[in-house]
Design a protein. Sequence first.
Length: 177
Amino acid sequence: MTSSPTRRGLIYGGVAAIAAAAGLGGALWRHDAGASGGEKLGADFWSRRFDRPEGGELLLANLRGKPLLVNFWATWCPPCVEEMPMIDAFFRENSANGWQVIGLAIDQPSAVRKFLVKTPVTYPIGLAGLDGTELVKQLGNSAGGLPFSFVVAADGSVSARKMGKLEPSDFQAWHRV
């Protein structure tokens, strides 16, 4: 059974509205470097692997030992899409200093591939799919809203978390991690 374009639009619009409401509802929820407690990520995080849109795998174990910005996003999330150029600029400006950046897409692989053709980024993207929502919750974002970002220091401790669109001030603060 196929659904009409109108019905699909209503379904996608409903999903986007729920995600936006969760994002807006939790936009003030955030922990900065002083409030995150410095908890270290365990083997369950570092053992994860994600398919890449262009093929191959993104292995989190390969990212240990250097500062890491992880950004959860989706193609249907306007604030996610708006912050991607800033994330990409941060990656290009700071990768030579050891910073790593990854984007984990909570979306359909085909939608991510199509989106990245139109809006390419230089940092690695992993396909987290719907399982990414559960991972976001495990990482401290109980609302599951997007976008959601966190920073891991070189020692593996979480030094910052933010739900909601990233701002230039976030990158300035994280640059010192």
